[in-house]
Design a protein around this ligand. Structure first.
Ligand code: RUQ
Ligand code: CUA
Length: 642
């Protein structure tokens, strides 16, 4: 059997038969699935339709987005606050869609910020970021976010181990003594979704890579892949690849909950931000928290176990039944599959091969269901269908390999172009895979698209999995570098989608709920413009009395109560962004004019036939001038004109 995937000759012909029909969604018709795709180093999450691959929306999460004013509008700035101050960028790798009883429920999507460790919750009614919580005692929040069966917790594991507590200024080469890892269990309040760090588990200084919750029979357990068990602090490419086996870590989080209840946790002082967006105030608030509770498995037995796993495991995936846990060693030539039942037996019978830093190591053979032999090179991630099959991505050999969980037989393989990272089967990480497709998110695009200079588009590929053989249906470009993605039936979301924000529910303190309430007020050197927008004018659209040195706050309320009628707002020389204001919403742009003159402002979203008429002027006079504040639209409401 072909081991390394050579590129087939004439790969353009790799698409056969009815592929075009299967991926074609005629104009005006809806896609079958929403596909939530992480944006990698763009820091955002993007939403595509499947099977068409059409892009619907980029949801700003960890990075500012001038297109929507996210991170620029005064109301949204607090979303990007951290213990390091305002951080306008991050690296989003993984998506976790909320589940109830292990099945997608369509409430929220979670995403991780790797660089300045954070977890975000996106509300799937509004497709907006609703909450961001920073993770203390963490560095490179990669093993994150992964979700338990009923969305009780989203879990975040640190990639980098770091010094913590009060011993922070230590030589890097004291890694082995001073660096530790943590995994954090963040509770999710039902039904509001509000997040809270319930507890952290303190762990040896290895790197955590990925994770999955148990489900079904393994509900109450969590599995993490760990590499760098060598605990190297330099040249990891060599020094963290010394050992034949690293670990998959099994955490009994129900046990952790018992310890927590029994008061066995230690309070640690830390500093992290917790940011919440309020949909009625249309405004985010940021709170700095000062404490977490840490559980140490050295003192608290029966909570954490390690299982040897060949060569630097990356993906760690549990099948829909919860019985099987698949480890994927990036440098391994087999795929080990662990059995939850055997793990429980091995624990009961104490089949340990010693310990690692005080944590019991289970005997490899005792917990192994079996190994998939000769699957390919560089296994990374595994997804599942509803028929007992698994699909594993192979980075080095650029292929997807389908294999059967029961007898570990390889059933099919298909080439990807090129170097596939994550895979997505709709519902693949849940108890109920929706099946039908597998999508490959590739790291390299090479010659698949028209060249666009040194950087080529990022790329996804859609394959059908409803027959015996996987078939390539479609290539589609993606935003940022896609890592993990999830897909959910459109039916589960589309009926709940928010169409407008109700004006009568708008509690923004700067809202003008009607043109009569529009006004301009001076408070010292702040000028507050309470402005409204409706097709096709602003109230007010002529403003005078602003002076150099003033800070002008445009609080714009969109009075529309119709779906899909946002208005935009921009003013010449503003050195931040536009606003894009949804129907019924209020958003604020801060403008500090730096010269005297009359400055145009206009609506940036083509809202009506007279959109191009939706404009106005604001006059800026020299500092110390005595031009009074006046404002108007059409008829002057204040008589005195300079
Ligand atoms: S990762 S390509 Cu950042 Cu999820 Cu495996
Ligand atoms: Cu409002 Cu264009």
């Amino acid at each position: 059997m072909m081991q390394t995937a050579c590129k087939p000759k004439g790969m353009q012909t790799a698409v056969q038969g009815d592929a075009a029909v299967k991926a074609y969604v005629p104009p005006g018709q809806y896609d079958e699935f929403y596909n939530f795709v992480s944006g990698g180093f763009s820091g955002q999450m993007s939403v595509y339709g499947l099977p068409s691959g059409r892009l619907f929306r980029v949801i700003p999460v960890f990075s500012v987005d001038p297109e929507k004013g996210y991170g620029y509008a005064e109301e949204t700035k607090a979303m990007l606050n951290t213990s390091h101050g305002f951080v306008p960028w991050d690296d989003l790798h993984h998506i976790a869609l909320s589940t109830s009883e292990g099945i997608h429920d369509g409430r929220w999507a979670f995403g991780n910020g790797n660089n300045t460790p954070r977890i975000a919750r996106i509300d799937l009614k509004t497709f907006r970021t609703a909450e961001i919580i920073e993770i203390p005692n963490s560095g490179g929040n990669h093993s994150s976010p992964f979700i338990t069966e009923n969305s009780e917790y989203v879990v975040a594991g640190t990639r980098f181990s770091v010094p913590m507590g009060d011993k922070l200024d230590v030589p890097i080469n004291t890694y082995k003594e001073n660096f530790r890892g943590t995994v954090s269990f963040i509770s999710v309040d039902q039904p509001t979704g509000h997040m809270k760090i319930a507890f952290q588990i303190l762990l040896p200084g290895v790197n955590f890579d990925l994770a999955r919750a148990g489900k079904g029979k393994s509900h109450g357990w969590f599995f993490f892949s760990c590499y760098n068990s060598e605990r190297a602090n330099t040249l990891l490419e060599v020094n963290a690849s010394q050992k034949d086996k690293d670990f998959v870590m099994a955490v009994n989080w129900k046990k952790a909950e018992e310890y927590l209840k029994a008061g066995k946790g230690q309070k640690r002082s830390v500093k992290y931000a917790h940011n919440v967006y309020d949909d009625s105030k249309h405004m985010a608030t940021s709170t700095i928290e000062n404490e977490v509770i840490v559980l140490d498995p050295k003192d608290l037995p029966d909570m954490v176990y390690l299982m040897p796993c060949p060569k630097s495991p990356h993906g760690c995936d549990t099948d829909p039944t919860g019985e099987y846990i698949v480890g994927s060693g990036k440098l391994a030539a087999i795929i080990p599959v662990f059995s939850f039942t055997k793990i429980q037996e091995a624990i009961a019978q104490k089949k340990f091969d010693g310990d690692y830093e005080g944590i019991p190591v289970l005997n490899y053979d005792a917990v192994l269901h079996g190994e998939v032999k000769k699957p390919g090179l560089g296994p990374l991630h595994t997804e599942f269908d509803d028929k007992g099959n698994a699909y594993t991505s192979f980075f080095v050999s650029s292929e997807i390999v389908k294999w059967r969980i029961s007898d570990l037989q390889v059933l099919d393989r298909v080439a990807t172009y090129y170097s596939v990272g994550h895979l997505c089967v709709p519902g693949g990480p849940t108890k109920k895979p929706w099946g039908k497709y597998v999508i490959a998110y590739n790291k390299i695009t090479k010659d698949r698209y028209l060249p666009t200079g040194p950087e080529l588009t990022q790329s996804a590929q859609l394959f059908s999995i409803d027959g015996d053989k996987m078939k390539l249906l479609l290539d589609f470009p993606t935003i940022g570098e896609p890592h993990y993605a999830e897909a959910i039936p459109a039916e589960l979301l589309k009926k709940n989608s928010t169409k407008i924000y109700k004006l009568e529910e708008n509690k923004n303190p700067y809202a003008a709920l009607g043109e009569k309430n529009a006004k301009v007020e001076r408070k010292g050197n702040e000028v507050h413009v309470y402005m409204t927008s409706i097709r096709s004018h602003f109230t007010p659209d002529n403003i005078e009395g602003v002076k150099l040195g003033d800070a002008v706050y445009f609080h714009v309320t969109n009075l529309e109560q119709d779906w899909d009628v946002p208005h935009g707002f921009a003013v010449k020389g503003a050195n931040n962004a536009e606003l894009l204001i949804m129907p019924g919403e209020t958003q604020t742009l801060l403008w500090k004019p730096e010269r005297v003159g009359v400055f145009p402002m206009y609506c940036t979203d083509f809202c009506s036939a007279l959109h191009q008429e939706m404009q106005g002027y604001i006059r800026v006079s020299p500092a110390g001038s005595n031009v009074p504040i006046t404002f108007s639209t059409g008829v002057k409401r204040e008589e005195k004109v300079q």
